[in-house]
Design a binder for this molecule. Structure first.
Ligand code: ACO
Length: 429
């Protein structure tokens, strides 16, 4: 008998089974053989929210939640933030290796020259209500992009897959900036292909009538680092959504729309927006203890705290704090910073948070930076969706090429009524 097995005794029947352990996992399907009789369907595993279920193999991102480690393709996030750029990290996520200089130049050139969108996309965005949430505009417009690239349905064609990846990474800042301008009632600004990815984004947001917008290089770099931090994060909720929807072999624009929808929620990417709203509600330092007490009573959550995987300080939150200092040196300090720091200080000492291993996550400080940079709160999750597109697509490509991929289709434990007859309306009480 090999050591790499699990022996299971089914006490209902007294029968013993030996199940292989591979890479620290057992296959849920190996439990199906455990039956009480011929008519029994067999054992299933029950794991709502997939808290202990690996749904795929992936070679893209590694996280050790206990130790607070995050690596992309083996490279620690700290090194990427220090030395790389968002577009280089996108290349790394999608291709698996750091690019040569020529490969990076070509990648940047290609992304830069796909930033424009069809004029009809612009017109369809103009049709939204004046106060439409930019995240809702983004998710429906990315879905609409699929109508402009019908060839992307051919997901078995590597060229089509590559073009969809390039187009989505390239166009996401354009769509995001259009949604911002829409909310302000300002004319949309077309991409400026002379500028770097983040500088071009700032230009599309803030340019008025100057012939050439010149982004502040410090803000351009700060945004680049924030986007490296948000580019990918293992099998998070939105990535799982992209994979689940993509597993039906739908086109990647539709699959990414599912990711944007998932990211929109306040327990995921929407947390950065929720943190800012929470800080405004708390208002001042003296209200912090009362707010913490209300959270402990279950009257709400301390947004930007806690994580399904990190049970120690989120390594991204540490870097975000450094970026905050760099941005505040340019923009002036966000007055809510003190309130956030006091919330963090009290929470990190309080046994409620300590016992549950709740630490600040990436979103606790990112909203403060975005607000200081002049972004309205509604835009925060959009700023997350732009870089996460690279991670979604790297995972989507990995899934499409994985011979183990099947359509995602979980099981359920049925808890409804036993079979019964239809009752005519006249006979119902
Ligand atoms: N504030 C107060 N209590 C919390 C918080 C919080 N932010 N997060 C978790 N808890 C408590 C729960 O009430 C629960 O307590 P209990 O055991 O007494 O019932 C315990 O900690 C475990 O919480 P779960 O909800 O079971 O943890 P889960 O792993 O399912 O949730 C999540 C993780 C959703 C991130 C959660 O911590 C949360 O809601 N945080 C606030 C929202 C947030 O910041 N989300 C962003 C995450 S990062 C990202 O998506 C980019």
């Amino acid at each position: 008998m090999s050591n790499e097995t699990l022996t299971v005794t089914d006490n209902r029947t007294g029968q013993t089974y030996e199940v292989p352990i591979v890479d620290g996992t057992v296959k849920a399907m190996d439990f199906r053989q455990m039956k009480t009789g011929e008519d029994d369907f067999g054992l299933m595993t029950y794991d709502p929210a997939f808290t202990n279920t690996a749904s795929c193999r992936s070679s893209i991102t590694y996280i050790d939640g206990e130790a607070g480690i995050l690596e992309h393709r083996g490279i620690p996030i700290e090194q990427l933030c220090e030395s790389s750029s968002f577009l280089e990290v996108s290349y790394l996520l999608v291709h698996g290796e750091l690019p040569t200089k020529d490969a990076l130049d070509y990648w940047v050139y290609t992304i830069t020259h796909h930033t424009y969108v069809h004029e009809n996309i612009k017109k369809s965005m103009e049709a939204f209500r004046y106060d439409a949430h930019p995240m809702a505009m983004l998710l429906s417009t990315v879905g609409a992009l699929s109508t402009y690239y019908p060839a992307a349905k051919d997901i078995d064609d590597p060229t089509e897959r590559y073009m969809a990846i390039v187009r989505l990474i390239a166009k996401m800042p354009t769509l995001a900036a259009f949604s911002y301008r829409h909310n302000l009632g300002l004319p949309y600004v077309y991409p400026d292909n002379d500028l770097w990815y983040t500088g071009n984004f700032l230009s599309m947001l803030y340019r008025i009538n100057e012939p050439k917008y010149e982004p502040d290089p410090r803000l351009e770099r700060a945004l680049d680092v924030l986007w490296i931090l948000h580019a990918d994060h293992e099998q998070n909720c939105s990535t799982a959504a992209v994979r689940a929807v993509g597993s039906s072999q739908v086109d990647p624009y539709s699959a990414v729309t599912a990711g944007i929808s998932a990211l929109y929620g306040p327990l995921h990417g929407g947390a950065n927006e929720a943190v800012l709203r929470m800080l405004h509600t708390v208002g001042s330092l003296d209200k912090v203890p009362a707010f913490i007490s209300s959270v402990k009573k279950g009257e709400g959550r301390l947004m930007g705290f806690g994580h399904r995987i990190y049970k120690s300080y989120d390594p991204r939150a540490r870097i975000v704090k450094q970026v905050a200092e760099e941005v505040f040196a340019v923009t002036g300090v966000n007055p809510l910073l003190e309130t956030a720091q006091e919330l963090e200080r009290i929470a990190l000492q309080d046994e409620y948070f300590v016992n549950r291993k709740l630490y600040p996550n990436v979103d606790f400080y990112s909203g403060l930076i975005y607000e200081a940079m002049g972004f309205p709160v509604d835009m925060f999750t959009v700023l997350f969706a732009i870089p996460r597109t690279a991670g979604w697509l790297a995972k989507w490509e990995e899934m499409v090429c994985d011979p183990e991929t099947k359509i995602t289709r979980p099981r359920q434990v049925y808890t409804g009524a036993d079979v019964r007859d239809y009752v005519p309306m006249t006979a119902r009480g």
